[in-house]
Write a protein that binds this ligand. Sequence first.
Ligand SMILES: Cc1ncc(COP(=O)(O)O)c(C=O)c1O
Length: 449
Amino acid sequence: MSTTVQRDHVFYRNPSKNYPTAVRAEGVMIYDQDGKAYIDGSGGAVVVSIGHGVREIDQAMRQQASRIAFAHGSQFTTEAAVGLARRIVDICPPGLEWVYFLSGGSEAIETAIKMARQYQVDRGMPSKYKVISRWTSYHGNTLGALALGGHTGRRKYYLPLIQHTPHIVPAYCYRCPFGRTPDACALECAADLESTILYEGPDSVSAFLAEPVVGATAGALVPRDGYFQKIREICDRYDVLLIVDEVMSGVGRCGKNFAIEHWGVVPDMIVGSKGLAGGYSPIFSVVTTEKVHTAIKEGNGAFVHGHTYSQNPLSCAVASAVLDYIRDHDLVARSAAMGAYLLQRLQRLYRNPIVGDVRGLGLMAGVEFVADRNTRRPFAPQLKLNALITNRAFEKGLIVYPGGGGADGVNGDHVLLAPPFVITEAQIDRLVEILDESISEITAEKNLV
Ligand SMILES: Cc1ncc(COP(=O)(O)O)c(C=O)c1O
């Protein structure tokens, strides 16, 4: 890689970094301009579900573009939008039957919290407006979503611009906020929602928002069984809507259509998902219940909201083709099976003393690093350990998704793994081998033990 920084006109995420040019992709592999191959071990940022370069999607895209590529959602409906809404309802838990389309995950989160608010006003409960969320969470970078997220580093710059909203503790068993071991756990982290609702005043709380499996901020935090059941009960007790953010975990990623199904809980809204169009087109959705839809329809009559590309037919057709491909190739079951294999293979990483925890659900897995396994003390953030490991893996042809600040908002390092569902066992073996090598090389070079 050259050492001079790129001088084209793209305002890159990190303008001081040199990015290779991606020119081609197929299955789980991405190739750059020099022909170097990378295993897409994180599906970008947990986006690519059915794999790269699927011909059927290319065909669906061309077919739709040749008929109608755009019609504005305030003027028309289209067969593509109607068809996709039907397909999404079919894979949602029963009761979730109204689909609002968006083009980004943050946009979808903003939509869900506004939909919750308008629902409360339109049904005659205008005092209910607060959205409670959790620390160690990520819901997007727009200001409303950032306010609800619980990642200190991402919020820091923009604090003067965002609202202060109530946050509760995460369901983080490896770093239990109550110092419990699994045997002594009484789901205090779920009970924290109840006390926060009571402190805030139930009449002021509109909704609770949480990722069923935490992605970017902690690396695949999977809650204990019983957590979301208890959260659902508390929400019902205080007339609070339960919104689950399945932007990462949805559409098969965690081995079920939606991760929340692992606990048999039906939320009031599902926000999803990067995997809906699997990277082929930007499209997301908020799916809600008859209760919410009717309140708005019979209240104001219209949802006071909207975005230009919501419901655009090209993205809708692409997403339908992706859902068809997932169904026809049984890829949700494959995500569950390959996820179990990945988790089993990742156990080998424990031979590295800096690996503190390996966890996951389906094909969403996380590896958390610690300076001391006994105390679970994280590394100093100045070391940028997650970036060092990610960059070394990248050099070796493996893409993983790094993250920091999981332990307390500032400290903590992890990498997230989320390969396309079509990954093979041999490719998983290679992925784990490269990650293992990268961890042990960085450990030795930086004298970490
Ligand atoms: C759980 C979760 N919610 C929301 C978002 C925001 O999505 P977007 O980047 O498309 O705005 C993300 C993005 O990573 C996410 O992981």
